[in-house]
Design a protein around this ligand. Structure first.
Ligand code: MN
Length: 302
């Protein structure tokens, strides 16, 4: 049994459900969307693709709108696939696909994948979220966390493994929040639409920490510029605040730059020369006439 899954929380919960169902002999590849697309071009052979665009002729279990459209347009969708664009998470779909009767741990894994992907992870999961973000490039770490989740469900929170990892990364996390706070303290007026460059100012793996504090200040759309690490390309991650999700579709903007995703969460890897002007122009195509937009660097004061 070979699985390829996304290197995020949802993808890891999918992996945990596979291990729960088929045991630790499942061969798991963890990949980004770009890597999955390349592996598919190379005709990489797997049985299942989760939370990613379909790889080769595998069974695809996914909830990304752009993937659904691409599969449909290219006639690659089959009746074995479960690609549901409005499903809250791929984990929910894996849970339904295989069925886990009388398995409370599988239910906990489903709950976790679901909450993580709709950005409603309860506070007690924060250490797990931070540890995952900081170790996302370490493939053996991703396997470890999948195995541990499959074995323990939400009790993963009580493990010494998590406590040890958390104590290593918690200082960087607090420093990041100080930088975000001082940015917000020096900017009394925050527009409805914010493009914010976090590169060289906070660790790329923690860049997404800016979303919640900015939304709390009344921003409705954020385009976050970041680099996962020094040798990674510059990426832009788009988010729409929960309360205005119906009104904006950022996947259209991401798609313009060769990326994709969901209406309220999408990403792309634009040309550096498109930052920020072309990003602003594209955001304007989905903004309301009364919306204001501004470009900031997270590190500059006023
Ligand atoms: Mn997902």
């Amino acid at each position: 049994m070979k699985l390829i899954t996304h290197i995020d929380f949802d993808g890891i919960c999918c992996a945990a459900l596979f291990i729960r169902k088929f045991g630790s002999s499942v061969d798991i590849t963890y990949a980004t969307v770009q890597e999955a697309k390349q592996l598919s071009k190379d005709n990489f052979q797997v049985d299942y693709t989760c939370d990613l665009p379909k790889v080769s002729q595998s069974v695809n279990i996914d909830h990304h709108k752009t993937n659904y459209e691409d599969l449909y347009n290219s006639n690659r969708i089959t009746n074995k696939d479960l690609v549901v664009p409005n499903a809250p998470s791929a984990t929910d779909l894996v849970y339904d696909y295989f069925a886990y009767p009388n398995d409370p741990i599988a239910e906990e894994i489903k709950e976790l994948g679901h909450l993580a992907d709709i950005a409603l992870l309860p506070a007690e999961y924060k250490p797990l979220d931070i540890v995952l973000n900081m170790n996302v490039e370490d493939l053996s770490f991703l396997r470890d966390i999948s195995e541990l989740l499959a074995k323990k469900g939400r009790m993963i929170l009580e493990t010494q493994w998590l406590k040890d990892h958390h104590s290593k990364v918690v200082a960087a996390y607090h420093k990041t929040h100080q930088v975000i706070k001082s940015f917000l303290d020096t900017h009394s007026l925050i527009p409805r639409v914010v493009i914010i460059d976090s590169r060289n100012i906070i660790p790329g793996k923690l860049a997404k920490e800016v979303f919640k504090p900015l939304f709390d200040r009344g921003t409705v759309i954020i385009a976050l510029i970041y680099k996962k690490s020094n040798n990674e390309p510059t990426r832009v991650s788009f988010r729409v605040t929960k309360t205005e999700q119906e009104k904006y579709d950022v996947s259209a903007v991401a798609k313009h730059f060769g990326g994709g995703g969901h209406r309220m969460a999408a990403a792309c890897t634009p040309n550096l020369s498109d930052i920020p002007d072309e990003i602003i122009n594209q955001l304007k195509t989905i903004m309301k006439t009364t919306d204001t937009v501004e470009f900031f660097s997270l590190g500059t004061n006023m």
